[in-house]
Design a protein around this ligand. Sequence first.
Ligand code: F0G
Length: 459
Amino acid sequence: MKLPFAESYKIKMVETIRKSSRAEREQWIKDAKYNLFNLKSDHVFIDLLTDSGTGAMSDKQWSAMMEGDESYAGARSYFNLKSSISDITGFDYFLPTHQGRAAENVLFSALVKEGDVLPGNSHFDTTKGHIEFRRAVALDCTIDDAKDTTKELPFKGNLDLNKLEDALKSYPKERIPCIIVTVTNNTAGGQPVSMENIKGVSALAKRYGIKVLFDSARFAENAYFIKTREEGYSHKSVVEICQEMFSYADFMTMSSKKDAIVNMGGFVAFRNKEDWNACQMYTIMYEGFITYGGMSGRDMNALAQGLREGTNFEYLETRIKQVEYLGAKLDEYGIPYQRPVGGHAIFVDAKRILTNVPKEEFVAQTLGIELYLEGGIRGVEIGALLADRDPQTRENRYPALELLRLAIPRRVYTNNHMDYIAAALKNVYDRRDTITRGYMIAKELPIMRHFTVELEPAK
Ligand code: F0G
């Protein structure tokens, strides 16, 4: 008999989670103004809000924390992290930050000015926020196929090189501080970018004299997909693939809370000393001295270890197979989602489920609330709430897709939890035709409103 797949770890410590009744959840979500971010975590049974900072650290990471060096300057933990980053990415210069958006803040403070244009593949919301806050433009050049959730493509996170070249032709070089390649492409469904596409971006960037930035939050999952899906890479190690990927970039921003499996942390890394020098001032102003920038020594040590574990093939296989397991269950029930399954999450296609809810009433958010009411599961809306208003016209932006993201924390839940999630979603799916109304905005902030928005049921 062929032996079945099994996890490449065992569990040493557990945390109790509590089920609740539907009546309790009805009250809690009302108190939370129908914003899933406002729920207390104790009121959530399975938390799929994000895979960011929610992973379970390993015994080796915890023991690395005990050896953290808390010196203000030149700590051993800094040099430990430096060598981990350099081994995996080939970047010799880096600045620690407290998380990914802080890395964006440091880099963009040096790089981006009013009127600039930054082409890329579905910029993440904080990335876009940092660009638009500086009155620059985040120009989306993702392939059109990414918008068709039914299409099975191995690298649905790719940039459309024609769109990219049009952008590079349309604006003077001085107004394009860099091209941003997000690996994996979170917003498009945790979809990977192929090495071929990365090479294409790099060739165009060189031709037009423009630098390339990798938003690297999930770079290791991207490398896993290259290894398992792209011709010519199956025999290479994940680290070798990472090294090749990063060889096409000039700098990277990293939210270490994802693929480096730590609860907090980030960094910017650079190929050139000049770029590193240009950013140091902003690290000191916003984050801390350049050898700790917002991180304690113990956290840098856990991160150094996490980067090594996060690029281990057996770990990545366990992780991504769990997401695929959930996807297979949804297939069994006929529930539509962005195909193929992403690296860190399943993006349920809310528009194709709640066909009676008008787009003005936030379709994916409505599905998210229904799933919470059904099973105490918390996902996150990737739809019109997240898309925010147009900075110029202040009109609501309605994206092509209304997705409910179910992000799977790393090494946290079992496949029994996946079965529970799929069953709860099936129950909502089975009564989809009875859901006809969504929610209206009662209160919102001018930028990144989805975190704090207050909603009320549409009447
Ligand atoms: N870039 C990408 C692709 C991300 O997914 C995130 C965060 C960031 C940058 C910002 O990093 O949170 O450490 O400041 N994504 C989380 C998510 C929040 O849920 O997808 P951060």
